[in-house]
Design a protein around this ligand. Structure first.
Ligand code: NAD
Ligand code: LMR
Length: 327
């Protein structure tokens, strides 16, 4: 029998996970022929709620779900897993920026990073979701030097999907007709949604929508969509975030379609003048479980200036958490 892939998930009794776990158990990350085992981590007071989530997972009788471990012990959750989805962290409320969460949430990532460093599989794939996601991933990477740093990533696929949806709606196109969208930078309001290379049914998007719309409506709408959802819902995006995580992991593992790419926040390799090691969103192609940054796009002065502003925000966040960066 095929050995199950072991997927650890933190914050497993929270909002995002209530949408996400059932899709992982149905095979949406590793595909329809691969059994999975779920290692679900929560803080002790949430273990009762986590047990209820496990009851519902059991009641779905998913053929691919091999077993479910519920625990408040990070060592149990993180030992020798194939991937870790770090969701557990405080969400922001109305009027807050994601960076306002940095002091409380940063500590979670330094402490879990140290444990992952001790018990983790060095090749495990990591996706950080808890905000501020890029800097939390940076903290995790600094605290887990035994884990392949290339495999420590953060989620900007939700922003990528939001950008596709906004462009499709403006152009009167289907989302499936849009390729080569890009999100540069931080998962914050400085992110740079960029349609410069996007195509709609093979035609340049920039010929089909105005530059004025792309610069003054599209960018701020996508960059502030998280806050718009909070205002409308009273709490932060959950189902669409869960969908972004599934897309991020499934693409990384199963690959990008020919002629397309996706956006992932990954450690910079210096491409486009971004400091090496910063967790920055780039366009990437994925094949055989590896991603490659697309490093040869021509970037306009308008976009470049915004990319550098997002880099500066990440540098400032990194300086704020300096005390959490030693392994
Ligand atoms: P939530 O409050 O519903 O759930 C978070 C869960 O994490 C809670 O059940 C809590 O008990 C648990 N938790 C807290 N500390 C933990 C720890 N140390 N170990 C394990 N579990 C812990 O929040 P949510 O709506 O699921 O959002 C989770 C995070 O994801 C937030 O920080 C939110 O801002 C972020 N988020 C990111 C994106 C993105 O695109 N990157 C999108 C949406 C939400
Ligand atoms: C989002 O983009 O929806 C999340 O990061 C949640 C938030 O705080 O906006």
């Amino acid at each position: 029998m095929t050995q199950p892939k072991r997927v650890a998930v933190t914050g497993a009794a929270g909002q995002i996970c209530y949408s996400m776990l059932f899709r992982i158990a149905a095979g949406e990350i590793y595909g329809p022929d691969q059994p999975v085992s779920l290692h679900l981590l929560e803080i002790t007071p949430a273990l009762g709620l986590l047990e209820a989530v496990k009851m519902e997972l059991d009641d779905c009788a998913f053929p691919l779900l091999h077993d479910v471990v519920c625990t408040d012990d990070p060592t149990v959750a993180l030992t020798k897993v194939d991937c870790v989805l770090f969701v557990g962290a405080k969400p922001r409320g109305p009027g807050m920026e994601r960076s306002d969460l940095i002091t409380d949430n940063g500590k979670i990532f330094s402490s879990l990073g140290k444990i992952l460093n001790e018990v983790g599989n060095p090749d495990c794939k990591v996706c950080v979701v808890g905000n501020p996601a890029n800097t939390n991933a940076y903290i995790l990477k600094a605290n887990a030097p035994n884990i392949n740093p290339r495999n420590i990533t953060a989620l900007t696929r939700l922003d990528h999907n939001r950008a596709i949806s906004q462009l499709a709606s403006k152009a009167g196109a289907k989302v499936s007709e849009i390729n080569q969208m890009v999100i540069w930078g931080n998962h914050s309001t400085t992110q740079v949604p960029d349609i410069s290379y996007a195509t709609i049914n093979g035609k340049a998007a920039s010929d089909l929508v105005s530059e004025e719309w792309a610069q003054n409506e599209f960018i701020p709408t996508v960059a502030k969509r998280g806050a718009a959802v909070i205002d409308a819902r009273g709490s932060s995006s959950a189902a669409s975030a869960a969908n972004g995580v599934i897309d991020h992991m499934a693409t990384w593992i199963q690959g990008t379609p020919d002629g397309d790419w996706v956006s992932m926040a990954v450690p910079s390799d210096g491409s486009y003048g971004i400091d090496e090691g910063l967790i920055y969103s780039f366009p990437v192609q994925c094949k055989d479980g590896e991603y490659t940054i697309i490093n040869d796009l021509d970037v306009s002065d308008f976009i470049k200036e915004k990319m550098m502003a997002s880099q500066q925000e990440l540098r400032d966040e990194r300086d704020t958490v300096a005390s959490l960066l030693s392994a």
